[in-house]
Design a protein around this ligand. Sequence first.
Ligand SMILES: [Zn+2]
Length: 292
Amino acid sequence: MPELPEVETVRRGLEPAMLGARIRKVELRRADIRFPFPNRFAERLKGRQIVALTRRAKYLLFGLDSGEALIAHLGMSGSFRVDAAKAIIPGAFHHERSKDPKHDHVVFELDNGNVVTYNDPRRFGFMDLVRNEALATYPRLCALGDEPLAPEFDADRLAMLSAGSRAPLKAVLLDQKRIAGLGNIYVCEALFRARLSPSNPASILSNARGGPTRAAVALAQAIREVLEQAIEAGGSTLRDHRQADGALGYFQHSFSVYDREGSACPRARCGGTIARISQSGRSTFYCPVCQK
Ligand SMILES: [Zn+2]
């Protein structure tokens, strides 16, 4: 499933192809994906200019000159493809994206000559169209916690979000109401980077006064670094593929612990072996030697 860095990579790939362009035509090839498309979806998009392309957690938000926003979520297997007038800009995914045209569900034709196609074999993604002023109360967005890449997300904030919690660190980091969009992969990677065991109680992040501990400082920095590096890797893949004349592909992230059970810990001189445990039904990968 596309994780936050991949959604951000998609946003950055779509931006040069779509921002400022007018939608000439929208073709819907089915009545629903995960949910039915909103009423008169194609008609409401036709002729509209795309004036902003932002992201909140794993939701893409296309701001329109009508005062509405198109909300798109990629679900488990959604992806966008740009058939560009000048260059091809594929979306970059950890999992291979579908190239099968029978899963092309929505086609946007833009006045700059670009054609943007939404493909989703498993159809867990969705699109909706809402007034800008309704975004703040939109059910799927208003309950979301902090954006982990926002400048104000730091050790103080992390301490505040976890203060008094007896839940394991990993569960708190995966709680979308506290921190939005940080999935299983990047939680495992951030805990490894911060040298923290996923089984620690979240209370280790705050001191008696509710302020951040050293663990919180290390973890806040680790979260930002793992996300930014993954986005950077996606960005370089976009550039490479553009140069490779539009050959569609995906990139394999290099993870330190995720999905590496039984491998040697990549930390120099650690000597540990990556272990896998189950926490609230999800696999956690970590090094029992250097993560305390
Ligand atoms: Zn280790």
